[in-house]
Design a protein around this ligand. Structure first.
Ligand code: FAD
Length: 397
């Protein structure tokens, strides 16, 4: 039976992660307002993650399973009020923590994992005319001797500025649809690879988002992830399926980012209202509570429900069980609460909630993206419907 209660050592790690996250709170506004700057490795007054890492050595096999625990940490870390380093836990260097690293681990050969495993890799799928419908990829890859030659444009590459390179989707045969799509490792500095710009954004401003151009960009032949150069007849390629499988690992992580913003906004509202003498008495029935108390109860229940969907999808992954449905459920739910809960928190707080002096409005802006990238809420609901009703992606689009 799944049990998401944390052991003593795990709780200690979680408490420390929150404290480390909060230690950079006073720098938060600076990096909001100076989004062109990438925060340095260590900020003034920052408690380091070094103090967290040895605690992992104290963990025993019967502590919370690893991915489930990492998601619990991610929810807590993201709701901390310090500078958000990237999208993950904000470990000291951020190395090997990009979305492209997850793709490498799930679809790369043993040789490729050994060779590139220590790099920091972004994931580059989206193009100016291609978002949700990933099988419509226009970027091409052509084999020329012992090199692939890439041509096309990519946008919205998370960590695309600070990463060492990216896993880039391109088609080797446009007429084959998704069967022709392969992923390639392209390193910064490859001839014909240009970092075009860094986007200015409404939220997650200390996470960089890049646009790339590939103009006769030449990369070595062994850069094709998984190594399979064939185009199977009918259906998707193993490479395409392999990278799609990555999403079952990364969607809970993205969902946890959304839940964390909900959690952060709600905790802020609870703390601020408590200062005014308003807090929820859980022993009272709904009819006995004030409207604000009842609203807090509803926000709490919805936030907790979303967190549980994330932990469930992660736990299935820890148990090596299929989690395609649960990954999409948690992504859809995380994408919902990252919008509705900060909004609700702002409602109960009133005017102070939009002030630059507090972070609650930041949670609203930072959370919004969780319902867009890694598949929008609509796309998740489409996947959920397919899974439950037994339709293929061709039958239900
Ligand atoms: C900050 C940021 C970071 C990102 N990071 C990355 C990254 O690292 N790598 C990467 O490759 N991409 C990244 N993306 C891109 C992101 O994954 C896409 O924006 C997303 O997939 C949606 O694609 P789109 O923007 O083209 O919208 P569209 O696909 O054009 O969709 C527009 C609207 O139509 C809806 N819609 C589309 N198809 C359907 C359908 N069949 N049924 C119902 N509704 C539908 C969508 O839900 C959405 O509401 C990032 C985007 C942002 C903003």
């Amino acid at each position: 039976m799944a049990d998401f209660r944390l052991s003593e050592v795990d709780q200690k790690i979680l408490d420390t992660v929150i404290a480390v996250g909060n230690s950079t709170e006073r720098h938060t506004r600076y990096y909001e307002d100076h989004e062109d700057e990438i925060p340095p490795a260590r900020l003034e007054g920052e408690r380091g993650f070094e103090e967290v890492l040895p605690m992992f050595g104290e963990r025993k096999p019967d502590d919370t399973p690893m991915m489930t625990f990492m998601m619990a940490l991610s929810i807590a870390r993201g709701s901390a009020r310090g500078v958000t380093r990237g999208l993950g836990l904000g470990m000291p260097t951020g190395r090997a923590a990009g979305l492209g690293n997850a793709a490498l681990q799930s679809a790369g050969t043993a040789d490729q994992k050994a060779k590139w495993g220590s790099l920091f890799l972004a994931m580059s799928i989206t193009e100016p005319g291609v978002g949700s419908d990933t099988k419509a990829i226009q970027t091409t890859a052509r084999l020329d001797g012992d090199e692939w030659v890439l041509n096309g444009d990519k946008i919205f590459v998370t960590d695309g500025v600070r990463s060492d390179g990216a896993i880039v989707w391109a088609t080797i045969d446009k007429s084959a649809g998704r069967a022709g799509i392969k992923s390639f490792l392209v390193l910064k500095g490859a001839p014909g690879f240009e970092l075009v710009r860094k986007e200015k954004k409404m939220g997650i401003r200390s996470s960089d988002t890049a646009a790339y151009a590939f103009r006769d960009c030449r990369i070595p032949r062994d850069s094709l992830l998984g190594g399979d150069e064939t185009v199977p007849k009918g259906g998707g390629s193993a490479s395409y399926r392999g990278v799609m499988k990555t999403f079952n690992m990364t969607r809970p992580a993205v969902a946890s980012g959304g839940v964390s913003k909900a959690r952060g906004a709600l905790d802020f509202a609870i703390e601020e209202l408590a200062k005014e003498g308003v807090s929820v008495d859980w022993s009272k029935s709904p009819g006995q509570r004030s409207a604000v108390e009842q609203k807090l109860v509803e926000l709490e229940a919805d936030t907790e429900a979303a967190a549980l969907t994330v932990l469930h999808a992660s736990w299935l992954s820890d148990m090596r069980q299929p989690n395609n449905l649960e990954s999409s459920i948690c992504k859809a739910k995380g994408g919902e609460v990252c919008r509705t809960i900060p909004q609700g928190a702002m409602e109960v707080l009133g005017g102070m909630s939009i002030s630059h002096d507090h972070v609650v409005e930041k949670f609203l802006r930072d959370g919004r993206i969780s319902d867009i990238y890694e598949g929008t809420g609509q796309i998740q609901r489409l996947i959920i419907a397919r899974e439950i009703l037994g339709y293929s992606s061709e039958e239900l689009t």
